[in-house]
Ligand binder design. Structure first.
Ligand SMILES: [Zn+2]
Length: 107
């Protein structure tokens, strides 16, 4: 189970990295940075919102990993691990079309 969770968390981190990269490339049609030769900061609302969603999802993954680690240390009933695993799988469902997403992750 630990290997599966590690793979799932690695998958989520990689997809969130992709989302972050894509968000930084996005600009509104009237943004002056869009046509600039050198990248620089701008105030387009959508990239900020997309990056905010990435941050929220990163914190959710971290919180679930903390639950898994806490349960590993206490060696208690694996209810926290099961719940965390199901939540992480639900988060990964947004990327089900990615070639690295296995069918066994359907919630
Ligand atoms: Zn912009």
């Amino acid at each position: 189970m630990r290997t599966t969770i590690n793979y799932l968390v690695g998958f989520l981190h990689a997809r969130l990295d992709d989302d972050e990269r894509d968000a930084r490339l996005f600009h509104e049609l009237d943004c002056p940075v869009r046509t600039a030769l050198a990248p620089r900061a701008c105030w387009c609302p959508c990239p900020g919102q997309l990056l905010g969603h990435v941050d929220i999802n990163r914190s959710l993954v971290a919180r679930h990993m903390e639950r898994l680690e806490r349960e590993r240390i206490t060696q208690g009933w694996p209810s926290e691990s099961i719940r965390a695993f199901e939540c992480l799988k639900a988060m990964a469902l947004a990327y089900e079309l990615h070639p690295d997403w296995p069918d066994t992750w359907y919630p």
